[in-house]
Design a protein around this ligand. Structure first.
Ligand code: COA
Length: 178
């Protein structure tokens, strides 16, 4: 398994195309029973198209990572700095590669970025009905801290939990006197 940070070609898409292809496969397979085919199709063309991902990376400060097994794309992850947290925006592993430690490796990469930028927590949102992933996130050190409903247009909402993982960052001035 090889994991690297996704890169854009000088003019645009490049690996964004690969990420969008993975999103298409994984979201269609995994989310259709959870949120329905119409919402999956809507979200794929809005927030996980190659153009959108290329803008995430080129203009909105996101970093994406891609896992490949002997050259075959099998999983991806995306994150962005948001105010006082690192937001783990995407974490998706293809069906046959789940439960093999890829998610854990991605979270480790994001944790390292979180420490580098000196932020105290990683947060993510997960569909309330996505019980398997909630369990996986709990194993990875996240806890549910909030619930939010987000209107994403097109007559759809995202009905999510917010999960949080504190990251031990020590900053100047944080030291507790003995
Ligand atoms: C959720 C997901 C990203 C986790 O990635 P993964 O590579 O399968 O997870 P890992 O193999 O790294 O496992 C991480 C930990 O979670 C545990 N875990 C994984 N799947 C689990 C499950 N279904 N139930 C309980 N625990 C689980 C593992 O045992 C491991 O715990 P440990 O470190 O204590 O042994 C992946 O399963 C996935 O893509 N699911 C479908 C898409 C999705 O819902 N993504 C999240 C959107 S918010």
């Amino acid at each position: 398994m090889e994991i690297h940070e996704a890169d854009l070609a000088p003019g645009g898409a490049d690996e964004a195309e690969i990420l969008a292809g993975l999103a298409d496969d994984i979201w269609t397979e995994y989310y259709t029973p959870l949120i329905g085919a119409e919402q999956v199709a809507y979200m794929l063309v809005t927030i996980q198209s190659a153009e959108w991902i290329a803008q995430d990376i080129g203009q909105r400060g996101y970093r994406y990572w891609l896992a490949e097994d002997q050259g075959k794309p099998v999983a991806y992850c995306g994150a962005v700095v948001q105010m006082d947290r690192l937001f783990l925006s995407k974490l998706y592993v293809t069906h046959d590669y789940r439960g093999q430690g890829i998610g854990k490796q991605f979270v480790g990469i994001v944790e390292q970025w979180c420490r580098e930028v000196g932020l105290p927590r990683i947060q993510l949102t997960v569909n309330k009905g996505n019980t398997d992933s909630i369990k996986a996130y709990e194993h990875l050190g996240f806890t549910i801290v909030d619930a939010i409903v987000t209107d994403i247009g097109g007559g759809f909402v995202m009905d999510d939990y917010v999960m949080d993982k504190p990251i031990g960052v020590s900053r100047p001035g944080d030291e507790v006197p003995a």
